[in-house]
Design a binder for this molecule. Structure first.
Ligand code: CIR
Length: 265
């Protein structure tokens, strides 16, 4: 994978999908109210501008009203430099999103792999950390999906390990609780920080009050972080990172975070 001097992945492109007018009909486990659609569109547009400001060329897909959650494109695929791995989302209402995104991904990838039934994998459970992948076992990603994915990743030269997050009621996906931001650094919710699998990484711990901010995204020389989490933003700065805060209030209402809104490669 091409990297910047600090070892962070260097992305040149991203795929995003504009939220549909039925966005509020998507799945959610939180009780933060109904998203305001005007605000959803505004926040999505600001997010896209932020990716462009980080140097990415965007493929912007039209809303897909058949799938209210389809703006959360991250869950449909895992894009490695060599191969695009198509997921099989654990929620039945989201499985059609994979077929819908395929043409956009296949424009850039000759080589693809697909997670097959009965396995399920949501991209939000997959955290790439250099040459290693953490695979979350969640209520969306199961052991069979993780097994298929690990075989594929191993064949590509990556190592993989699983982390069971099913007991953690505050997170939907593994990446709701951890993010790899390059420079051997993991951002991790306090509750997960003692996992021995993380011992070789520098950790930025996120307190329970700021746990939503654990889902952040390194894009070239910036780290996208949810707005309003001052300690987390200060911690990033103190470690030499360059945070870019974005209002995520409306996506949060539907269990969405910064990483879910794009496929970066
Ligand atoms: C869902 O429940 O599937 C969506 N409402 C939210 C998906 C968020 N995706 C992610 O964290 N990767």
């Amino acid at each position: 994978m091409p990297t910047e001097a600090g070892g962070a992945p260097l992305f040149t492109r991203a795929i995003v999908r504009i939220p549909g007018s039925n966005f509020a009909d998507g799945l959610t486990t939180v009780d933060l109210g109904v998203p305001h659609f005007d605000e959803v569109l505004k926040q999505h547009s600001t997010y896209c501008d932020a990716l462009r400001a980080c140097g990415l060329e965007l493929t912007v897909l039209d809303p897909d009203l058949r799938h209210p959650d389809s703006t959360f494109v991250e869950d449909t695929a895992i894009l490695t430099p060599q191969v695009a791995i198509f997921c099989r989302p654990g929620a039945a209402s989201r499985q059609g999103e994979v077929t819908a995104i395929k043409p956009a991904v296949e424009r850039f990838y000759f080589s693809t792999f697909t997670i097959e039934a009965p396995g399920s994998v949501d991209g939000g459970d997959i955290c790439e950390a250099g040459s290693h992948f953490f695979i979350g076992i969640s209520h969306r990603t199961d052991a069979e999906g993780a097994r298929q994915l690990a075989i594929c990743l191993n064949a590509l030269g990556y190592t993989a390990s699983t982390i069971d997050v099913r007991g953690m009621t505050s997170i939907l996906h593994l990446k709701s609780g951890i993010s790899y931001i390059g420079d051997n650094t993991l951002v991790v919710m306090d509750e997960m920080a003692s996992n021995p699998l993380f011992s070789r990484f520098e950790l930025i711990r996120v307190s329970a009050e700021e746990s939503y901010a654990a889902n952040c995204v390194r894009v070239n020389n910036r780290v996208l972080v949810a707005d309003g989490f001052t300690r987390m933003t200060a911690d990033l700065e103190a470690r030499g990172f360059n945070p870019l805060a974005l209002d995520m209030s409306e996506f949060r209402k539907m269990d969405g975070g910064l990483s879910c809104l794009s496929l970066r490669f």
